[in-house]
Ligand binder design. Structure first.
Ligand SMILES: [Zn+2]
Length: 182
């Protein structure tokens, strides 16, 4: 399995989980269980923010793929097939476009995890500023902060990074390593 497939598989698995966990009506599950379980935290029947997130994510993948492959086959009917569809149609792209593609996939994998409340996913990403494993997610600001004090500015404020910047750094490192290996 190639690197693209691995990253796409992670994004796919998270998207599938997100769709299953947050957009399945809870009432149906309760009815199926026969009774209401008091230990379950109250939750909206369908999380519209998550549905919106899934729609935007899928649209971004389709738009980019069609931009670089104008005669692309129609996208798959189910959202979870979208990354495999994109990777399959784009092996011939030049390096710059492959890097854009891979950054989108990696960013979306991070976005899916954070949408599910898994902010720890950011701790496995390198800080683009100091290349340390020193990032923490700030929910209110929708960006990550680096806790490495050598990465802070002159006033001691932490460096801040968007998921797009983090994903682009990840892809830069990946391609640099590949280039060095050849
Ligand atoms: Zn840093």
């Amino acid at each position: 399995m190639g690197e693209q497939e691995t990253d796409a598989a992670v994004a796919r698995a998270r998207l599938r989980l997100l769709a299953a966990e947050f957009t399945t009506p809870r009432a149906t599950r309760r009815a199926a269980a026969g009774r209401r379980t008091p230990t379950t935290a109250p939750r909206e029947p369908i999380n519209l923010d998550i549905l919106d997130h899934l729609t935007k994510s899928t649209r971004e993948i389709v738009d980019y793929t069609r931009e670089v492959v104008p005669d692309a086959d129609p996208p798959p009917a189910t959202a979870e097939g979208i990354y495999g569809w994109m990777v399959k149609l784009t092996p011939h792209l030049d390096v710059d476009r492959q890097m854009v593609r891979d950054a989108i996939i990696h960013r979306q994998a991070l976005e899916h995890a954070i949408a599910m409340g898994d902010k720890d996913v950011i701790r496995y990403e390198e800080c683009p500023g100091c290349t340390c494993w020193s990032l923490f997610w700030r929910y209110g600001e929708d960006q990550a902060a680096c806790v490495n004090r050598y990465c802070a500015d002159q006033l001691g404020r932490p460096s801040l990074w968007t998921l797009q910047q983090i994903a682009e750094h990840y892809v830069d490192v990946k391609y640099a390593a590949r280039k060095a290996a050849t």
